[in-house]
Design a protein around this ligand. Structure first.
Ligand SMILES: NC(=O)C1=CN([C@@H]2O[C@H](COP(=O)(O)OP(=O)(O)OC[C@H]3O[C@@H](n4cnc5c(N)ncnc54)[C@H](OP(=O)(O)O)[C@@H]3O)[C@@H](O)[C@H]2O)[C@@H](O)CC1
Ligand SMILES: Nc1ncnc2c1ncn2[C@@H]1O[C@H](COP(=O)(O)OP(=O)(O)O)[C@@H](O)[C@H]1O
Ligand SMILES: [K+]
Length: 467
């Protein structure tokens, strides 16, 4: 797992390190890292432009310009606030033959030192104007300017970075927003940083957590997933959610609901019944996709919440919980609940998501004592214990009708297999994103194709040496 630390925590750690190292040494180390990556990106080309803001981020850029000049690179700098440009960095830059210009023209690479950890709100007009006219690849210093370093939110023009060079540790922006290729320069912060604020699963974490059958397993021991989804109007949601559970693990899947015939004909291996009372025992339930919100659906949700097994509540189940708070009383407080809202469902539960999606997911996780998976290009999974996992998609092909139904089936199967609910949601989100990518391969896909790629996505995360 990769840890990410909020800017307040990073600044506090940097202050403690700075108190015991010579003045300016951290900045020069950071800038040397920037210059090293810049030379790599330049690959022999020799013209660099700097956009220099008034803070230490601009100082990093100026010192990087100094190191690049010493390697014979031609470097021009635009100072966005000349009287406040980092004095030592600017002096070193000029000494090394760096030029100060009004506008960047004919450069092979732009180094964005407009603003870093202290950047807040939309870019100021002068910075926005330069960013709007960028026509070369950009290396962002610490974080792309115009993107909030703690939330990844973008309000107005922002730098689109091909590569971001960051220092000390990763920050939330590096998992929540597009920063291009992210490179980390060590500043020796390690001992000063306690546990991270956010976590990002790596492929190996997902592969290690994904349940696989052992020699003593049979169809029951791996966990039976129950799917309470679909309706006469929306049978497809039942087919997709059940299919995802069938493909996610080799345990058994039971389907209960009005789409039993549709599900049976598509997934003959699922045990299908028309009603939840006849469903038999399961180790986790998925409830909600395509279920409707009428009295019958409320009864199903109540039965699932009372069942005493982990529940993944999605789509209409979330809407019902938002509209009828009495339904919460049916919940067994000792069994885990995973809620998987998109923004509109979130709003029904707890008001607008806002710019800080991590804080939004945390609020609802705490309020309902549940794991909350907030859907989107960057999926945020927050646990009631304060842990947060972030998973950003590299493409947006998953933004298609029915793809959420697939996700809920994956989560349900992992819950039934006994995976920790936060990890279950995080691993499912990761495999879901990968399945979308593999299925799309550059062209739009329906959710049924995403579903068909689930086995390939699982193969891709599992260790190479495993059977
Ligand atoms: N600490 C360390 O040990 C190390 C720190 N390091 C580096 O320092 C960076 C943090 O530096 P920092 O704290 O000086 O702030 P920084 O990000 O340059 O921004 C402040 C300036 O931006 C301005 N500004 C704000 N919002 C804006 C907007 N929307 N649009 C435009 N401008 C905006 C703001 O203006 P003001 O509000 O003052 O008018 C002020 O002038 C960090 O990211 C890393 O690169 C490395 O050298 C390693 C060692
Ligand atoms: N822009 C996007 N990029 C990547 N994934 C996205 C994007 N928008 C939505 N998704 C993902 O697609 C799925 C959509 O789920 P949902 O809105 O519930 O759809 P449905 O109800 O039609 O099944 C979620 O997994 C979500 O994270
Ligand atoms: K920057």
């Amino acid at each position: 797992m990769r840890g990410l630390w909020t800017t307040a925590r990073v600044k506090a750690a940097e202050d403690r390190v700075m108190a015991r190292v010579p003045a300016g040494s951290l900045m020069r180390r950071a800038a040397f890292g920037v210059a090293t990556v810049a030379l790599e990106v330049l690959a022999g080309r020799r013209r660099v432009g700097l956009l220099v803001g008034a803070g230490n981020n601009g100082g990093d850029a100026l010192w990087a310009g100094y190191y690049l000049r010493r390697r014979g690179v031609s470097v021009a700098a635009v100072l966005l606030d000349p009287p406040r440009a980092h004095a030592e960095g600017l002096a070193a830059f000029r000494r090394a033959g760096g030029r100060v210009v009004e506008r960047l023209v004919d450069v092979d690479l732009v180094i964005d030192g407009i603003v870093g950890l202290s950047g807040r709100g939309p870019l100021r007009p002068a910075a926005a104007e330069h960013v709007a006219h960028l026509d070369a690849p950009v290396l962002a210093v610490d974080s792309p300017s115009g993107v909030d370093p703690d939330t990844g939110a973008v309000d107005g023009p922002a730098v689109r970075a091909a590569v971001t060079v960051t220092f000390g540790c990763l920050k939330p922006v590096h998992a929540l927003a597009d920063c291009g290729d992210v490179r980390l320069v060590d500043l020796g912060l390690g001992a000063e940083l306690a546990g991270p604020d956010l976590l990002e699963l790596e492929v190996s974490d997902v592969g290690a957590a994904w349940p696989v059958p052992g020699p003593t397993d049979d169809k029951y021991t791996q966990g039976v997933t129950g799917i309470a989804a679909g309706s006469a109007t929306y049978p497809g949601a039942a087919v997709l959610a059940t299919g995802a559970a069938v493909l996610a693990t080799s345990g058994m899947v039971r389907y209960a609901g009005a789409a039993a015939e549709h599900v049976r004909s598509r997934w003959p291996e699922a045990i299908c019944t028309g009603s939840i009372t006849d469903a038999g025992r399961v180790q986790a339930w998925v409830v909600g996709p395509g279920l409707g919100t009428g009295l019958g659906a409320e009864g199903v949700l109540r039965a699932v919440l009372e069942a005493g097994v982990p529940v993944c509540a999605d789509a209409d189940a979330i809407t019902m919980l938002a509209n009828n708070p009495d339904l919460w009383d049916a919940r067994d407080p000792d069994t885990p609940l995973v809620l998987t809202p998109h923004d509109r469902e979130y709003e029904r539960l707890a008001g607008k998501v806002g710019d800080d999606r991590v804080a939004a997911a945390r609020r609802v996780a705490e309020k309902f004592d549940a794991v909350v998976l907030l859907k989107g290009h960057a999926t945020v999974v927050a646990g009631p214990d304060g842990r947060v996992l972030v998973n950003r998609a590299r493409t947006s092909w998953a933004a298609t009708a029915g793809s959420g139904d697939v996700l809920s089936g994956l989560i349900g199967a992992l819950l039934a297999a006994g995976v920790d609910p936060l990890l279950a949601a995080g691993c499912a989100a990761r495999v879901h994103v990968l399945a979308a990518e593999l299925a799309a391969d550059g062209a739009p896909i329906p959710a049924s194709s995403l579903l068909a790629s689930v086995p390939d996505a699982i193969r891709a995360v599992r260790p190479l040496s495993s059977p």
